[in-house]
Ligand binder design. Structure first.
Ligand code: ISE
Length: 340
């Protein structure tokens, strides 16, 4: 490790935080893990083990500490606003896991605080933007290789949701990825959201409506369907088919190794998001480190405005779930900082 390595403070040592701790220690160059902050000392110690990072039970202290040059925030969404405002106050770069904030009002306050600094300091952890297949699809759509996109059909299946998962989390925690990828792929805002559900899967936990079918209408007139199925039982599938004027493009078909044998033929379905998006997470963090060391931001990554737009679309999605109505997505005025 070079003495010029960027010293990262990691906030939150749950599943995602622990994963980032390993990633930074083992695979990221130009940075090292300096501190891990989590109110649960055992969890913080476990994530920091063998990395040389110090442990703190006070995440706020990690952000203000002089031994930290930049922070990765992987704590629960409701803690993000206070942590992000503290990092903005110190003008240090941040990689914040989604969601930016649990509601649009909180997200808007973060946008305003960052705009006041006059600098973009926050990158939001929407890792799909760093996935090879998504990047390829983005290029095909941007270059209009198949003409203008008309429809996107997205599939988002998880093998099993945690017992505490709710209908609202299906939007805020899961569909939020489609909200971001759709805005990014189509370079268009989501204007309205509708949600419908078929009869429940018998695998569904009590109280959860699973699967659900979410529809987005975009400002360019495209229509998007999202199947969200968080207890599909058999693996992790994230797919997207773009239907364009002159053809279609598909990603997520798991077309890796295909075996043929006496019992038939087939391949593997990824077990979860770390398997499906592992390389994308690595690239996301590596590019953030490189940009932050140069005092810059990753141009194509999700920024604070994207986080706010996602929060607003998710709020509309939850209202659509509750009312059965088509719910418009309100968006405030975009500060100049995010138009460049
Ligand atoms: C989880 O939080 C993620 O971010 C995964 O990518 C997503 O597939 C899952 O539905 C979420 O719960």
């Amino acid at each position: 490790m070079s003495k010029h390595d960027m010293r990262i403070g990691l906030i939150g040592a749950g599943r995602m935080g622990a994963d980032h701790a390993r990633r930074i220690h083992e695979r990221i160059s130009g940075a090292r893990l300096a501190a891990v902050g989590d109110p649960d000392a055992d969890r913080a110690r476990a994530a920091a083990a063998d990395t040389g990072a110090r442990v703190s039970t006070d995440p706020g202290e990690v952000i203000t500490s002089a031994d930290v040059d930049a922070v990765v925030i992987a704590s629960p969404g409701h803690t993000h606003e206070a942590l992000l405002l503290a990092a903005l106050e110190r003008r240090i770069p941040v990689l914040c896991e989604k969601p930016l904030a649990p509601d649009a009002e909180s997200a808007q306050r973060i946008v305003a605080a960052e705009a006041d600094t006059g600098r973009r300091l926050i990158q939001l952890g929407f890792m799909r933007r760093f996935d090879t297949e998504y990047a390829h699809l983005k290029q095909v759509l941007r270059d209009q290789e198949l003409g203008a996109p008309l429809l996107l059909h997205c599939t988002h299946r998880n093998p099993a949701a945690p017992p505490e998962f709710t209908d609202e989390m299906m939007i805020y925690d899961s569909v939020v990825h489609e909200v971001d990828t759709v805005r990014w792929l189509l370079d268009s805002e989501i204007n309205a959201v509708s949600v419908r559900a078929p009869g429940r899967s018998t695998r569904t936990a009590r109280g959860l409506t699973d699967p659900q079918l979410v529809t987005f209408e975009t400002s360019d007139g495209a229509l998007v369907t999202v199947e969200i199925f968080v207890n599909c039982g058999f693996g992790y599938q994230v797919r997207c088919e773009a239907v364009c004027e002159d053809g279609t493009a598909n990603i997520g078909a798991e077309s890796g190794l295909v075996r043929h044998g006496s019992h038939g033929w087939g391949g593997a379905v990824p077990a979860g998001f770390p398997e499906r998006f592992g390389p994308a997470f690595d690239l996301e963090v590596q590019r953030w480190v490189e940009a932050a060391r140069d005092g810059e931001v990753v141009a194509d990554a999700a920024n604070t405005w994207d986080g706010y737009a996602a929060a607003s679309a998710c709020a509309a999605g939850v209202r659509a779930q509750n009312t059965g109505d088509r719910v418009p997505v309100p968006l405030g005025e975009k500060p100049k900082l995010y138009t460049a």
